[in-house]
Design a protein around this ligand. Structure first.
Ligand SMILES: C[S@@+](CC[C@H](N)C(=O)[O-])C[C@H]1O[C@@H](n2cnc3c(N)ncnc32)[C@H](O)[C@@H]1O
Ligand code: SF4
Length: 431
């Protein structure tokens, strides 16, 4: 298939590897300690794989909330924290993100306990960014969240038209979710992000425009706007959503994204990542912000210098492993220097800004020598501006990054997450 051909060519060009294989190889605690030892700082990601109900489009690792399982999960995460405490010691933790699933599903059943445990065991020098579901954001629950120290909150709004909310099987109406968001906005969080999906089945341009205006009127600090991606292993993905790689989809998404860009730029938002628009002067809401991080919980991913590894996706297996004093690592990948550099570049493009000095310092090689010729081609195509020191992605570049995401990341994620969901301990996953 043409998509495979393009993917393989790009993969080879950027990483020097045709295919990447994650293997069931578990690094020793000592190995990990050595890798962590000389870092200056580290981030923590905590995964909460529980939701009240399962949405038909959602690719994330999650299962329906059961209080008994959640109790054991909380204890298992504490055991995992204990292992990492031995490796991390007093190193500053400068970024902390709680994602899911739905972290607020554990609001009254363990999340506070875990946050306290993390702040007691690590040298935390950062605030908390957390994802939430609109149905959990009553006044009382917001009091609880703020008392726990959550200062940056993301809300999965997804759509602002009732018929689309119905198709997505979201359990609220537009009127209800607007009230909820307004309640949160009046709460003095440092940043309130709203997740919003566009290019939904049969969605019109007028509907996207109407939703964009409502988002701005509600006074949120940031909007993360994703086109609805098709993950083959989800209910909606297998029901045949439109393919990202046909011309009419590309044109439709481009136009919808353009409508949103106009609305957000006119309301004094700036682009803060390929997907996100943040009000000027507000710190952006985002996942772990430092390049190297530890992933706690089922499906938590850890990136330490020259290794990336993933915990088992099954909450039950995760609990079993930790109860038996074993790490819950299912798959790992040793990263060659080329892959590390390509990973770095991917994330900087994702953030729409590349600082060449950072690359030179981190890898001890000159950015332009490695990627200069590709950047020149992209600059000619109008995808980016290069002032010699920094590179900034243009709106055109961001759009094509969207398309590129569909070609690479969504496919890689589908393979990795789809396989890991089916088999808690795969022997190997080839991307
Ligand atoms: C973990 S969920 C957000 C928190 C919470 N679980 C909720 O649903 O409200 C992360 C976000 O990913 C986005 N997302 C999920 N599935 C998607 C898909 N198939 N295509 C595009 N975005 C998707 C949604 O915007 C969703 O809010
Ligand atoms: S979109 Fe959110 S609530 Fe729905 S299944 Fe995914 S993580 Fe759970």
């Amino acid at each position: 298939m043409i998509e495979d051909m393009i993917r393989n060519t790009f993969s080879r060009l950027i990483t020097g590897q045709r295919r990447i294989a994650l293997k069931a190889v578990v690094p020793s605690e000592n190995d990990l300690k050595n890798k962590i030892e000389d870092l200056a700082e580290i981030g923590i990601y905590l995964h909460i794989p529980f939701c009240d109900r399962i949405c038909p489009y959602c690719p994330y690792n999650k299962e329906v909330f059961h209080s008994d399982l959640v109790k054991h999960y909380t204890s298992a995460v504490k055991r995992e924290i204990d292992s990492y405490t031995r490796m991390v010691g007093k190193m500053p933790v400068t970024s902390f993100y709680i994602g899911g699933g739905t972290p607020t599903s554990m609001l009254h059943s363990g999340i506070e306990d875990l946050i306290i445990y993390i702040y007691d065991h690590f040298n935390m020098q950062c605030d908390i960014h957390m994802e939430s579901h609109p149905s959990h954001l009553s006044d009382d629950n917001l009091d609880t969240l703020q008392a726990m120290g959550v200062s940056n909150l993301s809300i999965g709004v997804e759509s602002l038209q009732d018929h689309h909310l119905k198709v997505l099987k979201r359990p609220y109406t537009t009127a209800e979710v607007r009230k909820i968001v307004e309640r949160v906005v009046n709460r003095n969080f440092d940043c309130v992000n709203v997740d919003f999906m566009f290019a939904l089945p049969n969605q019109t341009y007028d509907e996207v425009e109407q939703a964009g205006r409502i988002l701005v009127d509600m006074g949120v600090d940031q909007v993360a706007a994703y086109p609805l991606f098709k993950f083959p292993y989800t209910k909606m993905g297998s029901d045949g959503l439109e393919s990202a790689f046909n011309l009419s989809t590309l044109i439709r998404r481009r136009k919808m994204l353009g409508i949103l860009e106009d609305i957000f730029y006119n309301a004094d938002f700036r682009r803060s990542s390929v997907w996100a628009f943040t009000k000027r002067g507000v710190p952006k809401y985002c996942s772990v912000t430092v390049p190297l991080y530890i992933g706690l919980g089922a499906s938590g991913g850890t990136y330490l210098k020259d290794i990336f590894y993933l915990n088992t996706f099954s909450a039950k297996e995760y609990i079993n492993s930790l109860e038996n004093d074993k790490m819950a690592i299912a798959l790992s990948l040793d990263l060659t220097k080329e892959v590390q550099m390509a990973g770095w570049l991917y994330w900087r493009i994702y953030e729409t800004k590349i600082d060449k000095r950072e690359f030179d310092d981190r890898f001890g090689v000159n950015f332009d020598q490695v990627y200069g010729k590709y950047m020149q081609i992209l600059a000619h195509l109008g995808f980016l501006n290069d002032d010699g020191k920094q590179i900034h992605l243009t709106d055109r570049g961001s759009y094509w990054m969207h398309a590129f995401e569909d070609l690479f990341s969504i496919d890689y994620i589908s393979t990795l997450w789809g396989t890991s969901k089916q088999n808690p301990w795969p022997e190997e996953v080839i991307l």
